[in-house]
Design a protein around this ligand. Structure first.
Ligand SMILES: [Mg+2]
Length: 193
């Protein structure tokens, strides 16, 4: 199967990193559980603009920590065609590719797609931490499956519930790997029919 994997919130612990910077620069301490929607704001500032600003700095982008279990998880998907799809801006692409090469050398193909347009990538499965992306992806074709990597900010008033039979909710990488195995065996059964 072709599997598209998002970077921020799935491979890289972007929110964890930005919250540390916010504490250092603004003296305001937040936890991940405070970030309860995609367009979360703190002190009048938008978290996602803050992330965009920080990612323009290669030093920051190159030092982003990993999401726990992501390296092992990607290794376990080796029988599939796995590639990256990200909404990160083009100015972060160079550092992002270096970061990927250091931590996930097997992830070679790289697609850029704005949030809510990831259905444009040629893939059977999308692993992403935002419901907008998963909904548009599964809606675009009945055979497509979405894996929502669940964080406190993942659910944002979309109609994701309407696609319950095509969406897997996974709070950690072990569960993502199980979901992929499940989707793969379901496809084998369909192909035998
Ligand atoms: Mg993401």
């Amino acid at each position: 199967m072709r599997i598209a994997v998002d970077i921020d919130g799935v491979l890289a612990d972007q929110v964890g990193a930005v919250l540390e910077v916010i504490e250092r620069e603004y003296g305001e301490k937040y936890r991940k559980s405070d970030v309860d929607r995609a367009h979360w704001t703190f002190g009048g500032r938008d978290l996602w603009s803050e992330i965009g600003r920080l990612l323009a700095d290669p030093e920051y982008a190159l030092n982003l920590p990993l999401i726990e279990g992501s390296q092992q998880g990607i290794k376990q998907l080796k029988d599939h065609e796995v590639f990256v799809v990200t909404a990160r801006r083009p100015n972060a692409e160079e550092a992002t590719k270096q970061w990927l090469n250091a931590h996930f050398p097997c992830l070679i193909d790289y697609y850029h797609a704005r949030t809510g347009t990831k259905q444009s990538v040629p893939s059977d499965v999308l692993i992403d931490d935002l419901d907008f992306n998963i909904v548009e992806f599964v809606r675009s074709h009945p055979d497509r499956r979405g894996i929502l990597f669940v964080h406190p900010w993942s659910i944002n008033d979309t109609d994701i519930e309407d696609y319950a039979d095509r969406v897997y909710y996974c709070p950690e990488w072990g569960r993502v790997v199980e979901a992929v195995e499940d989707i793969d065996s379901e496809r084998d059964i369909d192909n035998e029919r």
